[in-house]
Design a protein around this ligand. Sequence first.
Ligand SMILES: [Zn+2]
Length: 133
Amino acid sequence: MKVAISRVTLEQIMALCVADRDEVCGLLLGAPGRIDAILPAANIASDPARHFELDPAVLIAAHRAARAGGPAVIGHYHSHPSGVAMPSATDAACAAPDGGFWLIVADGEARLWIAGAKDGGVVRFVEAMLDIR
Ligand SMILES: [Zn+2]
């Protein structure tokens, strides 16, 4: 699967991620096959250097805006400040098998994953190709 993203949006995500030593997170807005914009959210995890938890107020507001005709929430992004741009064991254990996009940033690279079906209690992620425009 190929998912389009503008260079400007991707650079916006990368800039937010390098600016923080903790995990950075936010929502991806757009449509199936297309990331149009991001909505940064505070990481409210108790251990933000190693985990992320999106500020639920941002999530609720984004879903409410989507219902009112705004862009759909198609997934989220987060960074791994000292890891690789692949879903961690924690990500796989916490993910919902909902087909949502997981954009993960680490070490200057961004990779996109789709949360697939659950297998053995954990979500299996499938990598998607970012079509940078
Ligand atoms: Zn992660």
